[in-house]
Design a protein around this ligand. Sequence first.
Ligand SMILES: [Zn+2]
Length: 110
Amino acid sequence: MTRLQTLGNRVGTQASKIPVAQPGSWRNDKATSGQRGYTYAWQKASKAFILANPLCVMCDALGRVTATALVDHIQPHRGDMTLFWDRANWQPLCTYCHSSVKQREEAGRL
Ligand SMILES: [Zn+2]
């Protein structure tokens, strides 16, 4: 009886260790937007960039005056943090121009 109880405790301890040892759990967290670089720091930096560059550059080139909605990466960073934070790679765009840029990028990839 006492032997079975001891064994029972050991099995219980090992079973409780299994979820901790699973390597998949931390990988799930990596898929968050924060892990891709879109952190609070990015939100602050992009907001400041938009304030400094209030007009969409693509609209401006066409003689249109449109307010900047977001910061676009001219060269897609694809998770490259150097490219992500390189302000020379940033451009202020309105949502319309941003979606047209993304469409062109995707067309170029095909
Ligand atoms: Zn625009």
